[in-house]
Design a protein around this ligand. Structure first.
Ligand code: SF4
Ligand code: SF4
Length: 358
């Protein structure tokens, strides 16, 4: 639980970080500014407002993007404060949504995994395993085909598709404040993965969960947990490019890969290596990047707002003159979508697959 004293600082702040918040930009709601959410927290923790479902719903209107943190003179970590408050809300039985809404471990995930991967890579056992995560399997099963095509071209031969590991990392349970449920679920996932020497993780959110959240909760994974984009990106840079990728290519820093994992340069170098040009920068980029709305469990509690936040990023890419937008994370790519005419949005893995095929 974050120190609740920090709610005081926000409660009396003239909302200086409001323009950073993707929730405000997508919904136009002035009750969902960082300051208003923290004020609601201040009122609840000081007993001036009931900790009930109505008030609690306000503090779930946050993607955990950390964008407000970077402009705050007090360096308030609103994400951790609100996520900590969500834990209190869950403990008080006031969360408007049951825990089951925040985890997707459906039986059909295994079949989607099998159907998405070239048959040669599907094996019952292996020393290294690809963890696609439920978000990838639901939103972007084609990404797995791209990933395994990259394996063939870049000489990766130690990772296979093992259907039994198809699961949810539990990130959304953590983000929603269901910590006991997160620990239990993560324990099951880790037990399955500990049978392997190495795990390659497809989604940045799952990678963040494995590298940061699991250790925070003493949940042990294999020593080698590898982020697919980083691994394939480095291999792509070491390879002599064939024909150049064409198009006006921009890059969007997703919040997890950027502000949380601090990976900014590698994707840009991969794009430049493949196209001969540095990517076009959006109006907001690097640490200042605009969240696409697909994190912090906000896509679950407010799918319309989340989709509108994705459309805002797509508009920003069009305004910058791009016709291809590369981002990190298939959930982000899917949420930004191709809603605007003339803009193609893709995950970095798909970009690597396309560029290495030339
Ligand atoms: S995070 Fe900082 S800038 Fe934003 S409302 Fe709180 S005190 Fe103000
Ligand atoms: S962390 Fe992001 S979504 Fe949450 S209040 Fe701050 S800017 Fe808004």
């Amino acid at each position: 639980m974050a120190d609740i004293g920090i709610f005081d600082l926000c409660a009396f702040c003239p909302s200086l970080c409001m323009d950073r918040c993707p929730v405000v930009a997508a919904t136009g709601s002035n009750t969902w500014t960082p300051q208003s959410k923290m004020m609601t927290g201040w009122l609840m923790v000081n007993g001036h407002r009931q900790m009930d479902a109505l008030n609690a719903a306000t503090i779930y209107q946050c993607t955990g993007c950390m964008s407000c943190h970077d402009v705050c003179l007090h360096e308030i970590d609103v994400e951790q404060a609100l996520f900590g408050l969500r834990r209190k809300v869950v403990e008080a039985g006031a969360c408007p949504w049951p825990s089951a809404r925040f985890v997707d471990n459906g039986q059909d995930l295994q079949q989607i995994y099998v159907d998405s991967v070239p048959p040669d890579y599907v094996v019952p056992e292996a020393s290294g395993v690809v963890f696609p995560g439920s978000g990838t399997l639901r939103t972007s099963p084609n990404l797995l085909k791209d990933l395994f095509e990259c394996f063939g071209r870049l000489g990766v031969d130690t990772f296979a598709a093992v259907p039994s590991v198809a699961d949810d990392s539990g990130y959304d349970l953590y983000a929603a404040g269901y910590i006991a449920e997160f620990r239990e679920h993560a324990g099951h996932v880790a037990k399955k993965l500990r049978r392997y020497k190495a795990v390659m993780v497809v989604s940045p959110t799952d990678y963040y969960a494995f590298k940061v959240l699991y250790p925070m909760h003493d949940i042990k994974l294999p020593d080698q947990v590898i982020f697919a984009e980083e691994h394939l990106g480095k291999l792509a840079l070491a390879r002599q490019p064939g024909a150049k990728m064409t198009g006006r290519i921009a890059y969007h820093d997703s919040c997890i890969t950027g502000r949380h994992l601090e990976i900014y340069d590698l994707p840009r170098r991969v794009i430049e290596h493949a196209s001969g040009q540095p990517p076009i920068e959006l109006r907001r980029h690097h640490q200042d990047s605009m969240c696409c709305g697909a994190s912090g469990a906000w896509d679950i509690v407010n799918p319309k707002g989340s989709a509108d936040a994705g459309a805002n990023v797509a508009r920003m890419a069009c305004d910058a003159g791009a016709n291809i937008l590369v981002t990190s994370g298939c959930k982000c790519a899917a949420n930004i979508g191709s809603k605007l005419h003339g803009l193609e949005v893709m995950d970095l893995i798909t970009f690597i697959a396309r560029s290495t095929a030339l």
